[in-house]
Design a protein around this ligand. Structure first.
Ligand code: NAP
Length: 288
């Protein structure tokens, strides 16, 4: 498998680390990103720069995308300059962006018409998980394509689960984001309460971070809230995008989501205040 060309599109916070792990594992890696400079470090380490999505698609056996929004996914997949038009029959395309389950199903069907395998494989674990190659990867698509992709997934993650048909990876990620949405509110309230009660919040985390209240958000983002460190991590504007996808998917299933509604409205308030490029832990400012 390491003799295959792996193309990677989208070299932001997550993609740079993820592509770096694939390269370090010995694969031939070809890269493209809207802003070219973000590829410099990877090219210095041996990745090959491609001048366009079409170039990259035509010269890669497996193409991975880690862009921002569903609209970005459509832009790189669809149309005469897109991945599906320019990949050879038998290629495998893996979208790891957090995107729309319905779009993932459509891309899988489009790919099928040209004998191109398509997987939706969003991730959880944050920038820290991407850097440490310890991501949780949730995958939708055919079992054969999942097994073809497994050696590549193993370079980036430690918990890799096939969730079933196309779109199910994105639905799983939405379940993940719904759980995180209300958790973020509870983490903010908990730390705010500890401060107002006159406790040292870092000492409080030593207790509650190891008990029944423990969560990734409490243990990784709680300390940043206490220190006033708003650097992303995970952009607020991407979280608002995810909650919007989850809300409309839940609505189409006739489901009520009061926790998600509240979290989404609070994060939109932050975005309206100009905080979209801050990390999601900046929500704490609404509570402090
Ligand atoms: P990011 O830093 O904004 O990275 C996205 C990258 O994609 C950017 O470098 C952007 O180019 C590039 N891009 C967008 N559209 C493109 C296009 N049409 N052609 C070529 N390149 C394009 O975001 P991120 O934090 O890495 O997140 C990526 C995805 O993973 C998002 O869907 C996010 O919701 C999800 N996610 C993020 C985290 C996290 O903790 N950060 C965790 C799990 C999942 P430019 O450099 O020009 O902007």
């Amino acid at each position: 498998m390491t003799d295959k060309n792996i193309g990677f599109i989208g070299l932001g916070v997550m993609g740079q680390s993820m592509a770096g792990h694939i390269l370090a594992a010995g694969f031939n890696v070809r890269v493209y990103n809207r802003t070219k400079q973000k590829a410099d470090a990877l090219v210095d380490q041996g990745a090959v720069w491609c001048d366009s999505v079409a170039d990259l698609a035509a010269s890669s056996d497996v193409i991975i995308t880690m862009v921002g929004y569903p609209a970005d996914v459509e832009e790189v997949f669809i149309g005469p300059d897109g991945i599906l038009e320019n990949s050879a029959a038998g290629s495998l395309v893996i979208d790891m962006t957090t995107s729309d389950p319905a779009l993932a199903e459509k891309l899988w069907q489009d790919g099928r018409q040209n004998d191109i395998g398509v997987l939706d494989a969003p991730v959880s674990g944050g920038d820290i998980g991407a850097r440490n190659a310890s991501l949780s990867i949730m995958v939708g698509g055919s079992p054969d394509d999942f097994h073809r992709a497994l050696p590549i997934f193993k370079t980036m993650g430690t918990n890799i689960v096939h969730q079933g048909k196309a779109g199910n990876g994105q639905h799983t990620k939405m379940a993940n984001q719904i759980a995180i949405a209300s958790t973020m509110i509870s983490v903010c309230e908990s730390i705010s309460y500890a401060k107002r009660a006159g406790l040292d919040p870092e000492t409080v985390l030593k207790s509650i971070g190891k008990g029944a209240a423990a969560s990734w958000s409490l243990n990784n983002l709680g300390p940043k809230m206490i220190q006033g460190d708003d650097a992303p991590g995970f952009f607020i504007r991407h979280f608002v995008k995810d909650m919007g996808i989850a809300l409309s998917a839940a609505e189409s299933m006739g489901m009520k989501t009061p926790g998600l509604d509240l979290a989404c409205s609070l994060y939109k308030q932050m975005e309206d205040q100009g905080a979209g490029l801050k990390g999601t832990q900046a929500l704490f400012h609404l509570f402090s």
